[in-house]
Structures are given as structure tokens and as C-alpha cells.
Ligand binder design. Structure first.
Ligand code: 13P
Length: 253
């Protein structure tokens, strides 16, 4: 893996200002474990506050609107999250695809807008349990990605892909090592074809879905796993730190 493992906490719709102490503790831990790159995506309302306090961790948003500005009550643009201190945005998360009926076309527009605002992208993909059981997981995920990978020359700098099987999110179930390896290899093949090997090798492919301190080491030691996108276990500094430590120890595996 060309770069440090990337451990990203997605706080989802969790966190009030009381959670800033967890963000501070995560930031302090990140300063101790520099062999991993650590980031969190808090809710919009905390981005600026975390940005002001954090010295080491990257700060991102969990979504953005596709438009630049205008009459979209309740929405937040990529420019706004960048202005608040975000350096990246998670796009295409399965919860947004499900809860907000986000299509690949809409996700593409959001990616374009985020790139214009200077943000890095974490593009999520992943199949449902039904698709996996039918044996079509790989085809589904590659199709999802083909529809959304941005045509950019600097993918290695700006793009991260996160493979999150929908059935593994928040369920305590994780894909088998063999399945993760096969899917990440397939995604790598697509990235090689799309961007060329030189750019592709700098695009990290994260795994997400019930990553915890006790399974992180095994998952992060899989060859094409370049880090983890962590939901529940990122909400406390203690459990998130367990994953960061595992990442910093598996870096040279
Ligand atoms: P959990 O780690 O809670 O399963 O969530 C994963 C996820 O969706 C991260 O984006």
C-alpha cells in the first residue's frame, strides 16, 4: 500500500457539542499513532468546532448538496462544508442512497461539486444481502463504481473508495476475509483500468461495516484494504483508538 492506512470515523447523525471531548481525545491519539492517517466526519453542526480544536485529524462532511448555492432549504453545499473546515466529503453512502433515494446521477453531480470546492472524496459502494446471496455482489459493486468514478487526472490525491456491504453496516456482521479480498481486488482492477496503475495505487480502498477493535487487525491486514470507514465504533475515542492502533501496527504487513 503506497500510503498510510486511512481510518475514518463516520459519526452519522450522532453528536452534540458534548462529543467534542471525544474528538479531542481522538485527535490526541492520532498524534501518538502517526503511522495511521486518522479522520472523522462529524455531523455538519460540529464540523467547524472540531476543525478549530483538532491539530492532527482530518475533518470531513458526510454529504453535500450538488448545487453551488441558492433556494434549497435545509441543504448544505460543498463550498459551505469546505468553508467550515472540511477537507473531504463522504458521498454515495448506502444510508443516503436508501433514506434519500440518491441515484448514481445525483451522486455524480455531488462529486463534481465537491471536487470544484477543493474537497477530497470518499466514494462509497456496496451490495445488499439479497445481491450477495444471489452471487452478483462483484458485478453490482463494479457497476455502481463505473457509474460514479470521476474522470480526473489526480485520483491518487483526491479519491478514496469505501466498500461497505450494506448488510454489514451496524449489524455486527462482517464479510469474510476471502470475500473482502476478492471485492477489493476487483475494485483495484477497475481503478487500474480507469486511472492507470500509477494513479490507482494511491487510491485507498477502505472497508466498512461493523469494524471494531477486535476485528480491525484481521481486516486491515488484507492486502488491498487501505483502511476502514467506521461507524458505531468511532463514537467513542476508546474504541476508535483500538482500530487506530491496529492500523498503525498493520501498516507494514
Ligand atoms: P458501522 O461501523 O456502525 O457498521 O457503520 C459503518 C458505516 O456505515 C460507516 O460509514
Amino acid at each position: 500500500m503506497a500510503e498510510r492506512p486511512y481510518i475514518v470515523g463516520n459519526w452519522k447523525m450522532n453528536g452534540t457539542r458534548a462529543m467534542l471531548s471525544e474528538a479531542r481525545a481522538i485527535d490526541r491519539a492520532a498524534q501518538r499513532y502517526m503511522r495511521a492517517e486518522v479522520a472523522i466526519a462529524p455531523p455538519y453542526t460540529l464540523i467547524h468546532a472540531v476543525h478549530r480544536e483538532a491539530e492532527q485529524i482530518g475533518i470531513g462532511a458526510q454529504d453535500c448538496h450538488a448545487g453551488e448555492d441558492g433556494a434549497h432549504t435545509g441543504d448544505i453545499s460543498a463550498t459551505m462544508v469546505a468553508d467550515a473546515g472540511a477537507k473531504f466529503v463522504i458521498l454515495g453512502h448506502s444510508e443516503r442512497r436508501a433514506d434519500h433515494k440518491e441515484s448514481n446521477a445525483l451522486i455524480n453531480d455531488k462529486i463534481a461539486s465537491a471536487l470544484d470546492a477543493g474537497l477530497r472524496i470518499i466514494l462509497c459502494c456496496g451490495e445488499s444481502l439479497e445481491t450477495r446471496e444471489k452471487g452478483g455482489a462483484e458485478e453490482f459493486v463494479l457497476k455502481q463504481l463505473k457509474a460514479s468514478l470521476p474522470r480526473i487526472d489526480d485520483a491518487g490525491e483526491r479519491l478514496t473508495v469505501a466498500y461497505e456491504p450494506v448488510w454489514a453496516i451496524g449489524t455486527g456482521k462482517t464479510a469474510t476475509t476471502k470475500d473482502i479480498e476478492a471485492m477489493h481486488n476487483a475494485i483495484r482492477g477497475l481503478l487500474d483500468d480507469t486511472y492507470g496503475k500509477e494513479q490507482s495505487e494511491n487510491v485507498r480502498i477502505l472497508y466498512g461495516g461493523s469494524v471494531k477493535p477486535d476485528n480491525a487487525r484481521e481486516i486491515l491486514s488484507i492486502a488491498e484494504v487501505g483502511g476502514a470507514l467506521v461507524g458505531g465504533a468511532s463514537l467513542s475515542a476508546e474504541s476508535f483508538l483500538g482500530i487506530v492502533v491496529a492500523a498503525s501496527e498493520t501498516e507494514e504487513a
